[in-house]
Design a protein around this ligand. Structure first.
Ligand code: ADP
Length: 160
């Protein structure tokens, strides 16, 4: 059976931390589907279509990675609908670990056939979050080591 992993997130915007997890996931799984949640309660800087464009550009060198906009729903239901038997998530810290463990246990209760798989972040990106990137970019701080080039340009445009 083809091993397909879902990598769900808000990606507002995608960072090199996300891209690191996607790239490494692509080496483990036959296919990685990045789902960008479109109606999260978090206030978004980028529109769903902008996020999709930025993620698609960032992953274009990765042949087994697909990108989809996804209305918020139960993640395991989205996974089952797409034929994904794995959920891929990144872990940066103990805080992420505890949060992700609770989600994984609930997802296991909801659909035990969908296995959650975690990768530890490359330490270079341990402290990087989309919200911190937005905050620093807003005040014109240098974020270039932490985001793909297209994201840096898009953030600069938002600030103009
Ligand atoms: P969510 O709103 O679901 O937390 P995010 O876009 O913030 O969405 O994150 C999606 C996934 O990417 C989560 O598993 C998160 O832990 C992971 N992630 C976020 N930032 C990083 C990073 N800097 N390095 C590695 N993984 C990350």
């Amino acid at each position: 059976m083809k091993k397909i992993a879902l990598f769900p997130g808000s990606f507002d915007p995608i960072t090199l931390g996300h891209l690191d997890i996607i790239t490494r996931g692509g080496k483990i799984f036959d296919e990685v589907i990045v789902t960008i949640l479109t109606n999260t309660s978090k206030a978004s800087l980028f529109s769903p279509e902008e996020k999709e464009m930025l993620v698609k550009e960032a992953v274009k060198g990765l042949p087994n990675v697909k990108v989809l906009l996804q209305e918020e729903a139960l993640t395991v239901e989205v996974a089952k609908k797409l034929g994904a038997n794995y959920l891929l998530r990144g872990i940066r810290s103990v805080k992420d670990f505890e949060y992700e463990r609770d989600i994984a246990l609930m997802n296991r209760h909801l659909a035990s056939e969908v296995e959650s798989v975690f990768l530890f972040t490359d330490p270079k990106y341990n402290f990087v979050s989309s919200s911190m990137i937005k905050e620093v970019a807003k005040f014109k701080g240098d974020i270039s080591p932490y985001v793909p080039k297209n994201v840096k340009e898009a953030l600069l445009q938002k600030g103009e």
